[in-house]
Structures are given as structure tokens and as C-alpha cells.
Design a protein around this ligand. Structure first.
Ligand SMILES: [Zn+2]
Length: 72
């Protein structure tokens, strides 16, 4: 599911929005209806096969331990 996190420039509200068809420019703040929102590229931890995988960490998708000592 393409759910992204956004923050409003006007009021600082952070909200999640389901993006269908890549229509980022139609996203509006849920609180003040401003269209001045930007996508948060954050430390999103998403669940994968029962394990928490952190993007931008030291691990990679082929090693679950998070250290990459065996695959690099
Ligand atoms: Zn707002």
C-alpha cells in the first residue's frame, strides 16, 4: 500500500495519505486544508515478514541481522 507521511507547512500537522496514481500535488492538509504539504522522507520502519526493517540502517534486505557482516 503506497501510504506516505506528509507534513503541512502551514500548521505543522503530520498526517498519512494513501497515494493512488502518484497524485502528490492533490494532497491537502487534513487539518487546515492547505496544499503546502511536503512528503516526509523519514526513518520509516516498516514491517516485513514479521521483522522490523529500518530503512537507512546498516543492514540490508539480504541479511536480517542488521550488520551485513555475512553479505558484504
Ligand atoms: Zn495544515
Amino acid at each position: 500500500m503506497p501510504i506516505f507521511e506528509f507534513q503541512c507547512e502551514e500548521c505543522g500537522e503530520i498526517f498519512e495519505e494513501l497515494i493512488l496514481g502518484g497524485k502528490l500535488e492533490e494532497i491537502k492538509c487534513k487539518k487546515c486544508k492547505s496544499s503546502k504539504v511536503y512528503k516526509l522522507i523519514s526513518q520509516v520502519a516498516y514491517k516485513s515478514e514479521g521483522k522490523f526493517v529500518s530503512s537507512g540502517g546498516s543492514g540490508c534486505s539480504s541479511c536480517s541481522g542488521g550488520t551485513c557482516s555475512s553479505c558484504h
